[in-house]
Design a protein around this ligand. Sequence first.
Ligand code: AMP
Ligand code: GLY
Length: 435
Amino acid sequence: MFKLYIISTNMNIGLIGSGGREHALCLKLFQSNSPKKIFCFPGNAGTANIATNIEVDILNFNKVFKLIKFYKIDIVIIGPEEPLVKGLVNFLNKKKVKVFGPNKYASKLEGSKAFMKNLCKANKIPTANFKICSSINHVKDFLKTSNFPIVVKADGLAAGKGVTICKNKRTVLDISGEIFKGKFKSSKKVVLEEFLMGEEASYFLVVDRNSFKFFGSAQDHKRVGEKDRGPNTGGMGAYSPAPIVSKVVENKIIERIVKPTLNALKKKKQFYKGFLYVGLMIKNNDPYLIEYNVRMGDPECQVILPRLKTDFLSIVKNTINDNLKNIKIKWRKQKSMTIVLCSKGYPGKYKKNQKIKNLNNVKLKKNNFIFHAGTKRIQKNIYSIGGRVLNVTSVGNNLLKVRKDIIKIIEKINWRAGFFRKDIGWKIIDKNENN
Ligand code: AMP
Ligand code: GLY
């Protein structure tokens, strides 16, 4: 008699980042059927419950690599843009570490708006008219022929603070002047753009050397105030899917934007690997590229992943092995929403280290999730350490009901040092009561 032994090799996974996005990624990895151990570099109070958090500066690549060796990590998934743009993938690949994420060249799609706009121009990808400026005289030239508003953008990474919509000449000159003086360390170039009207949507893909697959759509709310007023933030809430991305629009996104972009990289013998976030303005059913991000969105990830049915770790492994075309990615039909609970004062000044007392007492149903962002745990207590602190997500058939469920949970948390928007999804919920 033969005995059949099934050898299950335990895989060690390294997840880089510490936001709500990474908690959502971590939970999906945790729920995977494959045996594994997850290490978060550095993670947050939420990931600490399902993985091992390792304190490290994620931009110190040597340190990160030493820890990867020490913990015998088999694959690394990179959540945020900064290590991607700074070349962590190239650094780790050289050391024979397998990584899910784009390399330094491909990450310029997010890391340099000038690179992205030039690529669009060379490949006839629909986007706002623009001029790349390296002096105030270039700016003045553009002003001679363009109408207001004008969008002024810092070329390099600017932690979400690099874009200003300007209604007059003075503001364009002032904001450009600050960027030329080095307000953002990443680059002193300015990109001026025509203002696009329409409805925004985020469209996501997972990409490997040979193919790409749809990875959800979402709409987020960037402004701090209700009815989308007030200053921009990292995102106050989101819902998925984005109804504006119809099949017709999706085909145009793929044919006019995604394929020409990936082909342009291939022509340079460069390949994309990982998540690709296509930030769009949609006008009369025509998509225009506003921006690329080389990662999942935050908070979009926290609404997209709860709808994913396919084993996430298997998607990651197949992407790393350039095998994406052999898997089918399946989604729940239901809708999801997340509301971000922020520290009072955000996106301006806010207090840190505020205890979130009731968090441990909140009981969640199967379709509800609390993803941590700016939190830390000290003994059994959770404290805030950032502007965006928790993401409360719920999945269901009706967005109005989903939103009510989320607000009930936030009310149970009853965190006095926090605030949140009660109107996430207002445009589609008000338009269609059945949503
Ligand atoms: P970005 O960092 O490029 O995504 O810009 C941040 C936000 O500014 C976008 O989500 C849009 O709401 C807005 N924005 C950027 N570029 C344009 C544009 N050309 N026309 C209209 N709005 C824009
Ligand atoms: N939610 C916008 C972003 O992730 O950039």
